[in-house]
Design a protein around this ligand. Structure first.
Ligand code: HDE
Length: 669
C-alpha cells in the first residue's frame, strides 16, 4: 500500500526504463546522440549544435555544493506510528492517533568527511527524520550521540573549521585524528563529554540500523491546554546497539567504503526493514531546576535512571530511494520545522540552529523555493503570499499576494489556534542583553566521568585506545599535552595511560572528578542481541560436500542470518552459487566466519580471514578435515566463541548460532 508521500513523489517520476524516444529538454526527438555536428568529419564542431550544447551545459552544472557538515549520507523512506494517544503531553496530531501511519524520510550521515568519503570512520553519525504529518513537516534532526561538542551556536563555525580537513593540506578526510581538532578540544573543555562518546564504540557503529538516535537538545511538548513538558527525543533500534572494533572499521573502510550505505540498502531491499522505537524523556516545567545539571545544556544528557525513557511509537524504514540525488541529496532538514504541540527550549545551541539550516539550503539548493522539491514538499496543502524566486515551480493564481487584503477576502487567512494554527509557547523571558555563558553550564567534566564510569572494562579500554590513536596522529606536543590535561580533569588514570602511550608528561596532580556514579543505560553491553540480519562468511576450501553446506545455510536462513559463500574462485556448488572469493571480500565485512575445509592445505588469505575474525572477537566456526591447518595462524580453538565441528552435526551448530547473536567474545585471549 502506498502512502501519501509515495503518491506525491510518483507524480514527479520520469521512468527512463520504459521504451521511449530520446529527446532534447524541449521535447525534440533526436536522431543522433553519439556525434557532435561538425564541419566535415575531421572538422571543428559547430556552435549551431544545440543538442551538444544543451547536453554539455547540463552536465557542466550537475553538481551542487555538498553539505558543509554531514555531506556523506544515505536515506530511506518509511513510516511512523504512535502506540497510544499522547494527548496529556502533546497536541501533535501524529502523536495522538495510533491508527495513523505518518510517512517519514530518514537520512543518516557522517559529519566530517566529504560526500565521497568512507562510511566506517570514527565520527558522530547524523540521524535526521522528516515526518510528513497532516499538520506540516516535522523534522527531528538528531545524532547517534545524545550530547554535543559545544554549548553555543556561535562556536559552530570554529568547531567545524577545526574538525574538517586542515586548510593548507585538505588532510585528513573522514577523521578527527589531527592537530586542529584536538587543539580545539584542548582549548574548549565543554567538549569533554561528547568527545568521550566519539572516542567510545558509539563512534564506530556496526550498522546504521544498529544505532540509537537522539534529538540532543531539550525541546518542549505542549498539550491542547497549553501545558508544556521539557522533552528529550530518543530512537531505540530494535536490533540493539552494536559497533565495530577500530581495527575492523579501518579495514572495512578500505575493503568497502560504502559498507553502511550498502548494508542499509540491502536490508530494505530484502525486506528486513529496520525499526526504531521513539522514546521520550519528560520533565515537567516546574521540575526544571531539580537536577544537578542544567537541562538546557546540550553537553548534558538526562540519565535514564533519573528520567526514564517512555517508548511511544515505532518507525519502520521500508523503501529505498528511487534516485539518490533527487531524494537523499536534495532533502532539506531543519530543526525549526515543527508542528503544533512541539516547541523549542532556550538551549543556545538549538537557538542558533534555527537560523542556520534554512540559510544553508539557500546556497546548497539554489534559492528560496527548495520546499517545492518533491522530497521536501509537505503532504498537506500549503498556501501563503511568498512568490517568485529562483526555480519557482508553482503557478500561483489570482491578483493578491499580500496580507491583509480586501480584494480576495484576506485569503490565505491565518488559522485560529483552535483550528490548528501554530502558536509559539508563551514562555516568559526577562533578561539583560549579554554575551556570556550561564554558570549552570560550567561543569564540563562530571558527565564525561559518568559515561566513562558506566563502561565495561573492554569499553573503557577501547576509549583509552581511541584517545591514544587520535592523539598519536597529532604532530604538536602542545596540542597533545593540552588534550591530556583535559582528560586529567575527567579521570587521572585515563589521562595517565593516554599520556604514556603518546609520550607526553603524565599530569602530576589528579584533577579528575571524584565520583563513582554510573548509568547502566550508557553501556552497549546490555543491549538487545539477535541473530537477525547478522552476516556470516562460509569459507570453502577443497572439495567440500555440497549437501552438508546446503544443510548449514538452511539453518542460518532459519535464523534470518545472511550468508555468503566464499571460495578461491567463483563457482557453482550443487545448486548454490559461490559468488564471493578471497579477493572480493574480507573478514571486516562480516559478523562471523565459518571455515569449511575439506583439504589439508589452507591458503594464506583464508588463514588471514579467520585470524582477523578471531582477533575482532567475532564468532568463528571451524569444520576441518585436518586440525593442523590452523598451525600457521593465531587462532586458539579452546577460546570462547570458537566452535569446532568434528561431525556434520546440526545440533552443535546451534551453539554457533547463539554465538552469532552474542556478536562479540571480549573475554577471548
Ligand atoms: Fe547541524 N547542520 N548544526 N547539528 N546537522 C547541518 O544543515 C548546525 C547540530 C545535524 O541529513 C547543516 O542542511 C549548527 C547538532 C544533522 O541533511 C547546517 C549547529 C545536531 C545534519 C548545520 C549544528 C546536528 C546537520 C549542513 C550548532 C544534532 C544533517 C547541511 C548550533 C542534534 C542533515 C544542512 C541532513 C546539518 C548547522 C549542530 C545534526 C550547516 C549551526 C547539535 C543530522 O545547517
Amino acid at each position: 500500500m502506498t502512502n501519501k508521500k509515495e503518491e506525491q513523489m510518483k507524480a514527479h517520476q520520469i521512468d527512463n526504463t520504459k521504451k521511449a524516444g530520446l529527446t532534447t529538454n524541449q521535447g525534440l526527438k533526436m536522431a543522433e546522440d553519439e556525434f557532435s555536428l561538425k564541419a566535415g568529419l575531421r572538422g571543428p564542431t559547430l556552435i549551431e549544435d544545440f543538442h551538444f550544447r544543451e547536453k554539455m551545459t547540463h552536465f557542466d552544472h550537475e553538481r551542487i555544493p555538498e553539505r558543509i557538515v554531514h555531506a556523506r549520507g544515505v536515506g530511506a523512506h518509511g513510516e511512523f506510528q504512535v502506540y497510544e494517544p499522547l494527548a496529556e503531553i502533546t497536541k501533535a496530531g501524529f502523536l495522538n492517533d495510533p491508527s495513523k501511519t505518518t510517512p517519514v524520510f530518514v537520512r543518516f550521515s557522517t559529519v566530517q568527511g566529504s560526500r565521497g568519503s568512507g562510511d566506517t570512520v570514527r565520527d558522530v553519525r547524523g540521524f535526521s527524520t522528516k515526518f510528513y504529518t497532516d499538520e506540516g513537516n516535522y523534522d527531528l534532526v538528531g545524532n547517534n550521540i545524545p550530547v554535543f561538542f559545544i554549548q553555543d551556536a556561535i562556536k559552530f563555525p570554529d568547531f567545524v573549521h577545526a574538525v574538517k580537513p586542515e586548510p593548507h593540506t585538505e588532510v585528513p578526510q573522514g577523521a578527527s585524528a589531527h592537530d586542529t581538532f584536538w587543539d580545539f578540544i584542548g582549548q574548549n573543555h565543554e567538549t569533554a563529554h561528547t568527545v568521550m562518546w566519539a572516542m567510545s564504540d558509539r563512534g564506530i557503529p556496526r550498522s546504521l540500523r544498529m544505532m540509537e538516535g537522539f534529538g540532543v537538545h531539550t525541546f518542549r511538548l505542549v498539550n491542547a491546554q497549553g501545558k508544556a513538558h521539557f522533552v528529550k527525543f530518543h530512537w531505540k533500534p530494535k536490533l540493539g546497539v552494536h559497533s565495530q572494533v577500530w581495527d575492523e572499521a579501518q579495514k572495512a573502510l578500505g575493503k568497502n567504503p560504502d559498507f553502511h550505505r550498502v548494508d542499509l540498502y540491502e536490508a530494505i531491499d530484502k525486506g528486513d526493514f529496520p525499526e526504531w522505537e521513539l522514546g521520550l524523556q519528560l520533565i515537567a516545567e516546574e521540575d526544571e531546576f531539580k537536577f544537578d545539571f542544567d537541562i538546557l545544556d546540550p553537553t548534558k544528557l538526562w540519565p535514564e535512571e533519573e528520567v526514564p525513557v517512555r517508548l511511544v511509537g515505532k518507525m519502520t524504514l521500508n523503501r529505498n530511494v528511487d534516485n539518490f540525488f533527487a531524494e537523499t541529496e536534495q532533502v532539506a532538514f531543519h530543526p525549526g520545522h515543527i508542528v503544533p504541540g512541539i516547541d523549542f527550549s532556550n538551549d543556545p545551541l538549538l537557538q542558533g540552529r534555527l537560523f542556520s539550516y534554512t540559510d544553508t539550503q539557500l546556497s546548497r539548493l539554489g534559492g528560496p523555493n527548495f520546499h517545492q522539491i518533491p522530497i521536501n514538499q509537505p503532504v498537506c496543502p500549503y498556501h501563503n503570499n511568498q512568490r517568485d524566486g529562483m526555480h519557482q515551480m508553482a503557478v500561483h493564481k489570482g491578483q493578491t499576494s499580500y496580507h491583509k487584503n480586501g480584494l480576495n477576502e484576506n485569503q490565505p487567512e491565518p488559522v485560529l489556534v483552535e483550528e490548528g494554527g501554530f502558536e509559539h509557547y508563551q514562555e516568559k523571558v526577562d533578561g539583560h542583553k549579554v554575551r556570556g555563558r550561564s554558570e549552570s553550564f560550567l561543569d564540563f567534566y562530571s558527565q564525561a566521568k559518568l559515561f566513562y564510569n558506566s563502561m565495561t572494562a573492554v569499553e573503557q579500554q577501547h576509549i583509552r585506545d581511541a584517545y591514544s590513536f587520535e592523539l598519536g596522529k597529532c604532530e604538536s606536543d602542545v596540542v597533545k599535552a593540552n588534550a591530556v590535561d583535559l582528560l586529567n580533569h575527567i579521570d587521572h588514570a585515563l589521562a595517565k595511560e593516554v599520556a604514556e602511550n603518546i609520550d607526553v608528561a603524565v599530569p602530576t596532580t589528579d584533577e579528575g572528578v571524584q565520583s563513582e556514579k554510573r548509568s547502566d543505560a550508557l553501556s552497549m553491553e546490555h543491549t538487545i542481541r539477535k541473530t537477525d540480519t547478522r552476516s556470516v562468511a562460509l569459507l570453502l576450501t577443497g572439495d567440500v560436500d555440497a549437501n552438508q553446506v546446503k544443510a548449514w545455510v538452511e539453518k542460518l536462513a532459519e535464523h534470518n542470518i545472511n550468508y555468503s559463500l566464499v571460495g578461491k574462485k567463483a563457482y557453482t556448488l550443487g545448486e548454490m552459487k559461490v559468488k564471493e572469493t578471497y579477493d572480493t571480500v574480507d573478514s571486516s565485512l562480516f559478523d562471523a566466519a565459518f571455515l569449511i575445509s575439506a583439504s589439508s592445505k589452507v591458503a594464506d588469505d583464508v588463514l588471514e580471514f579467520i585470524e582477523n575474525t578471531y582477533k575482532h572477537a567475532k564468532p568463528l566456526a571451524l569444520h576441518l578435515h585436518d586440525d593442523s591447518v590452523l598451525d600457521k595462524c593465531r587462532v586458539e580453538t579452546d577460546q570462547p566463541g570458537v566452535f569446532l565441528f568434528k561431525e556434520h552435526n546440526l545440533d552443535h551448530f546451534d551453539s554457533f548460532i547463539e554465538g552469532i547473536a552474542q556478536a562479540r567474545f571480549w573475554d577471548r585471549k
